[in-house]
Design a protein around this ligand. Structure first.
Ligand code: ZN
Ligand code: ZN
Length: 867
């Protein structure tokens, strides 16, 4: 039995034991309350790094805490295993993406075990397994049946480096570069598969059943971008053609002095007059070379050209010139706008530049309209025919109603949200289960033929085409409808399809009949707590809500809802916690050169270069390879053990805010656990006082040390419990440190021979169990208790024992009794003096005079000598 704290040995010992005894295996048990905790599963990049530990260790502590609170906890883990890096590695190293992916997964599983995470590994899912992705295909067929999956020819963003289409979210920044490789993105026309997420736009805006961070809801709200207004048609002068516009300000309709079509608008070719054709064509070509972001930039000067055509104002019958301009996009709204320069900034700039009339039709309700620029606020309608005098809010409805009466349009809602482009021209993804038959057109693969599996042997060439397209054995097949030859779809699905429903697959990962087992679902669903990074606010977290709603509408949750009508069935993750980002220090010398943190040590408080002893300037920055500040947790696990690293991640700062990895603070945490170790092991070998047991009853002891001990323990229990419930891990660790300091002080008093001391140590170990599971398990055993500490009930605290005791202090001024004060027992002189000076009676007696001397008899009397 080693007495030295040897974290590596303890880690290994207990990880093996937990595995052997199946401690974390959870099977449905209707007799017990359930708790399903889920943290976002990782991509198998090959290494569990800080970016995994930081979100996972507090979640693991939470799952363990809920177990101790009596819940039956499901806490599974898997791998989001499809995606580009595997394919790029395959091209580079000439191995199958599967080989690369599975090797990484095996390594990462091992690393996750060294973290001491309480995952139920029997439930592991790996999304590139055919037994998983066949259900992606099954869902695709169901979506197709319901008209929620469709194929459309559409301009797409294309990364020439990755040779793939990108979703809008994967195109980054003003420069419009690829999220993965930073290459400039270009436009390309391709036939693509889409999921009709826009059908659910309205319901996706309903956040009433979500307990989610406000910033994520805001991101989703903006992404969906709902606006109310009117949609109506303009007719073209001397033509049968019409075009539709959407406006959020129908109340400004009388201020329309021109219209603008997107350069890509199909009408442009038809309506352009002969004289204007050359200018229009040149402009259309130039616009097609620009990005949407450039075109929408507010910095950019507005440009456009007149088509030579005129629209007819729906109310006044006036001629309205029709322009094309690149600030109108075909992918937003209807691809055409009515322009009201008096009340819209962009239209104002455009009209000013091209000398078009600016006609005010809204008068601010209070104050003056601005002398220059557009007035975009509300007010009273003017110069608006029969509507003149109406407040603009009323006017919006009135104009929309009149448009409807005339059969031109109606009030309408517009969304920024686009349908979800799910096609990827890559091999390492779920094959889309569709066929192309010359005679029958698009034909879905019959359900009984699923899964459509990826070929074992394919040739990878960085050609820009998916290897599936070049593989005749995969591509050529028979049409199930007519028996003739057919070709398989060679596009694969966006990996966000995989993660849109994975939470259900954990319930029965090997079920060959269904995507998930509804009986398991009845017990475990919905997920009680989901955690992950805020970077998923608008992709994963929106797609999974959409998927869930489709699954609900397919009836997949009907029996579940029947069994538990009180639970939330309209959302996949009723409760979400989003952690912050972990950063670390970057050290620079006087010339601004970055010094790798392995070459840095501290001289007191000052970081210096190890050899040159040159003073360095530390700054806190996001971890990045180029700055050399990426922390490898394995290094620290090898040195300090998993518990120190786990605890340190929780100690860094508020979990939702993130904070810097600080090697010096890690040592502080290591010292803390070392102190706990010696406190407990010394006592465990020492007096032999028997335990009261964790469920023992407590009596208030009259000896002051025992009271201090009881109070400290029960206050810590109250604090730690509340902190764990609120995910306030940093304050939890601080409370445990404080308790260990108190125990350290009491260690030399007779209290160590009491049952209360033993009880205090047990409670300390129980409180540590969720966050430092290995150490807690070892100490629990050394205290002579039965395996496992993680199956113990969470200890309750007693308010009576936690209460601060107060004593009465007599306050005198120049020896004369002036007041009696209640102060906490053990309060120091300064605290008592402050309390006394705050007393009105004392202040009155002092009459503004200075205190010359203070006489304090602890716990009894305070005499202020003034004069
Ligand atoms: Zn790229
Ligand atoms: Zn056919």
């Amino acid at each position: 039995m080693p007495d030295r704290y040897d974290p590596q040995e303890i880690d290994r010992k207990w990880q093996a034991r937990w595995e052997e005894t199946g401690l974390y295996q959870a099977d449905a048990d209707p007799a017990r309350p359930k708790y399903y905790a889920l943290t976002m599963y990782p991509y198998p990049s090959g290494d569990i790094h800080v970016g995994h530990w930081y979100p996972m260790t507090p979640t693991d502590a939470h799952a363990r805490f809920m177990r101790m609170k009596g819940y039956h906890v499901l806490y599974p883990m898997g791998f989001d295993a499809f995606g580009l890096p595997a394919e790029n590695a395959a091209i580079k190293r000439n191995i199958h993406p599967r080989t690369w992916t599975y090797a990484n997964i095996r390594r990462m599983e091992q690393q996750l075990r060294t973290m001491g995470a309480a995952f139920d590994w029997r439930r592991e899912i790996i999304t590139c397994d055919p037994e998983y992705y066949r259900w992606n295909q099954w869902f695709f067929l169901k979506f197709f049946e319901k008209g929620l999956a469709y194929r459309a020819f559409a301009p797409v963003d294309w990364c020439p480096e990755c040779s793939t289409t990108l979703a809008r979210e994967q195109v980054i920044g003003q420069d419009r570069v690829c999220e993965r490789c930073g290459t400039a993105v270009v436009k390309k026309e391709l036939n693509q598969w889409f999921f009709r997420i826009t059908r659910y736009a309205e319901e996706l805006l309903d956040f009433s059943k979500l307990d989610w961070p406000e910033k994520i809801l805001t991101a989703q709200r903006n992404w969906i971008g709902r606006s109310e207004g009117a949609e109506f048609a303009f007719s073209l002068k001397g033509s049968e053609e019409t075009f539709r516009v959407f406006t959020t300000r129908p109340d400004t309709l009388f201020g329309v002095t021109f219209c603008v079509l997107a350069p890509e608008h199909p009408l442009v070719q038809k309506i352009t007059t002969k004289e204007r054709r050359a200018d229009v064509e040149a402009y259309v070509y130039q616009a097609s070379r620009q990005s949407e972001t450039d075109r929408l930039s507010t910095e950019k000067e507005r440009t456009g050209v007149f088509t030579g055509a005129y629209a007819v104002h729906p109310f006044t019958g006036e001629d309205i010139p029709v322009y094309i301009a690149d600030y109108v996009l075909m992918t937003y709204g209807t691809g055409a706008i009515m322009a009201v320069p008096a009340h819209d900034e962009r239209d104002f700039d455009f009209a000013t530049k091209y000398g078009i009339e600016i006609r005010p039709v809204i008068q601010p309700a209070e104050g003056e309209a601005p002398a220059a620029g557009a007035y975009t606020g509300t007010g009273v309608m003017i110069n608006s025919g029969e509507f003149t005098g109406l407040p603009s809010d009323e006017g919006k409805r009135a104009v929309a109603t009149e448009l409807e009466r005339r059969g031109l349009g109606a009030a309408a809602v517009n969304y920024r949200l686009r349908d979800w482009l799910v096609s990827r021209q890559r091999m390492w993804g779920t094959p889309i289960p569709m066929l192309h038959c010359e005679g029958c057109g698009i034909v879905p693969v019959p359900e009984e033929q699923l899964p459509v599996t990826l070929p074992e042997a394919v040739e990878f060439r960085p050609t820009g085409e998916s290897p599936l397209k070049l593989d005749p054995r995969f591509r050529n097949t028979t049409c199930p409808k007519c028996g003739g030859p057919a070709e398989r779809e060679t596009d694969t699905m966006d990996t966000f399809v995989d993660s849109s429903w994975y939470q259900y697959r954990f319930l029965a990962p090997h079920d060959a009949e269904r995507p998930f087992d509804p009986e398991e679902g009845q017990y475990w669903l919905p997920v009680d707590l989901y955690s992950g990074g805020a970077e998923h606010a608008v992709m994963h977290l929106l797609y999974t809500r959409f998927f869930h709603k489709v699954m609900r509408d397919m009836g997949l949750f009907d029996s579940l809802r029947e069994a538990h009508p009180e639970r939330v069935w309209d959302e996949p993750f009723p409760r979400l916690f989003s952690q912050g980002v972990i950063t670390s220090f970057v050290y620079r010398n006087a010339e601004g050169r970055i010094i790798p943190y392995t070459d840095v040590e501290y001289d007191g408080e000052t970081p210096v270069q190890k050899e040159s002893r040159e003073t360095l300037v530390p700054t806190v920055e996001k971890m990045s390879k180029s700055k050399g500040n990426v922390v490898a947790p394995d290094e620290y696990v090898n040195r300090y053990g998993a518990d120190v690293v786990r605890l340190f991640f929780m100690f860094i700062g508020p979990w939702e805010q993130g904070g810097p990895w600080n090697p010096r603070a890690v040592e502080g945490v290591a010292r803390f656990l070392g102190r706990v170790w010696s406190l407990v092991t010394e006592s465990a070998q020492g007096s032999g006082v028997s335990s009261q047991g964790s469920e023992g009853s407590w009596t208030r002891d009259q000896r002051p040390e025992t009271r201090d001990l009881q109070r400290s323990v029960h206050q810590a229990l109250r604090k730690v419990t509340g902190d764990l419930e609120r995910f306030s891990y940093n304050t939890m660790v601080a409370a445990l440190m404080e308790l260990s300091n108190t125990l350290q002080k009491l260690r030399s008093t007779p209290v160590v021979n009491t049952p209360e001391w033993r009880d205090a140590l047990e409670k300390l170990v129980l409180m540590l169990a969720p966050s430092a599971p290995h150490l807690a398990e070892e100490l629990w055993e050394r205290l002579g208790n039965a395996y496992s500490v993680h199956s113990q009930p969470w200890p309750a605290w007693s308010e009576e024992l936690a209460a601060e005791e107060s004593v009465e202090i007599v306050v005198q001024v120049n020896g004369k009794l002036r007041d009696r004060l209640q102060v906490p027992a053990g309060a120091d002189e300064e605290t008592v003096r402050q309390a006394a000076l705050a007393s009105e009676k004392v202040a009155g007696a002092m009459d503004g005079k200075q205190v010359r001397k203070v006489i304090y008899v602890p716990g009894k009397l305070l005499n202020l000598v003034i004069g």
